[in-house]
Design a protein around this ligand. Structure first.
Ligand SMILES: [Cu+2]
Length: 337
């Protein structure tokens, strides 16, 4: 074969090889991400999408796995939609929940409903969303303020900056960093032998939005006191709510306000008197007021402290109704004078 034909043969062979090696961009991909993470004792909870930023092609699907014992939602609201409660979810659909593999293009609300791996199963729940249209979409968890992410959906001709291996590794790094930093920045501003800290947590930010991490525990949860003493619970949380609840748990819809036997002290702390371990006393949500935003009315202060005065001896168990399944419980032992 003359040399010039040999060159042509080699060129055609390599052209075929190069064509075979180029990525096929037409096929839709499924990406794997995570909603929430915890340490082995469940006390430290990363209330975060891991990672919380991803670039995909239109037509791709994202599957979120829910490995933690704490409840989360994968929720996409329509632009300008008022944020619903975690129990209400999307308006106009049964239970506020849209089916697995719902389609989100920015116009109609999509919501997984509350999902958690409460049994510690090796195959935790998952929820998938399909993204047919290009755009930049905010992802939120309806159970946790400041748990946000962004999905960048690009047209299929645009190369993607990262592959699945990158996102697996980023999820691991963000998980480790959040869980190990749970008590960094922890700055108790008040303490006495009769004080219990009701949860510690903070917010972290990055290019994808915000993530939070919480210690789901009452610090010094057990106190031994005398009749007539008052114990004070104080939150050291940035956003996550907790309750201090004695006796039967209120129903889901009755958990935000305090029980009727709780009064407010002049400094705004909530206060109750308990005379029997069978008394039902519920603090309601002990939490920070939401962050103010320019153009919106300033939010009123909220209760960050709860006091209970014990008038009879006994052993009084209490729980946080939101996080008792993670081990957020305690006990007050009241001795006679
Ligand atoms: Cu709690």
């Amino acid at each position: 074969m003359p040399f010039k034909y040999q060159l042509g043969f080699i060129f055609r062979r390599y052209a075929l090889l190069i064509a075979l090696l180029l990525p096929v961009s037409a096929a839709a991909d499924t990406w794997q991400l995570q909603a929430g993470a915890q340490d082995s004792g469940m006390a430290h909870q990363a209330l975060a999408f891991l990672p919380n930023e991803i670039w995909i092609h239109s037509g791709d699907t994202i599957t979120w796995t829910f490995p933690a014992g704490e409840n989360h939602t994968v929720s996409f609201l329509a632009l300008g939609q008022v944020r619903p409660s975690r129990l209400a979810g999307c308006p106009g659909v049964p239970n506020g929940v849209t089916p697995d593999f719902s389609v989100f293009d920015g116009t109609t609300c999509v919501n997984s409903g509350l999902l958690a791996n409460t049994s510690g199963s090796a195959s935790p729940p998952t929820y998938s969303v399909v993204f047919p249209a290009p755009g930049n979409f905010k992802l939120v968890c309806l159970a946790h303020p400041n748990m946000t992410a962004v999905i960048h959906v690009l047209v299929s001709a645009t190369p993607l900056p990262h592959d699945q291996a990158f996102y697996y590794s980023e999820a691991q790094q963000q998980r480790a960093r959040l869980l190990s930093s749970a008590t960094i920045g922890f700055a108790p501003n008040h303490s006495s032998s009769k004080e219990v800290i009701a949860g510690v947590g903070h917010i972290a930010g990055n290019g994808g939005g915000t993530q939070t991490v919480s210690v789901m525990r009452f610090e010094d949860a057990t106190k031994v006191i005398h009749v007539g003493d008052t114990v004070e619970w104080t939150t050291e949380e940035a956003v996550t709510s907790h309750t201090i609840t004695f006796g039967p748990e209120p129903s889901l819809l009755q958990q935000i306000p305090p029980s009727a036997n709780v009064t407010t002290d002049p400094d705004g702390a909530r206060h109750a008197y308990i005379s029997s371990p069978s008394d039902a006393v519920h603090s309601g949500f002990i939490t920070q007021a939401p962050q103010d935003r320019i153009g919106l009315a300033q939010a009123p202060l909220s209760a960050t402290r709860f006091r209970v005065t014990f008038t009879q001896p006994g052993i009084y168990h209490y729980i946080c109704v939101l996080h008792d399944q993670l081990g957020m419980v305690g006990e007050i032992v009241v001795m006679a004078q």
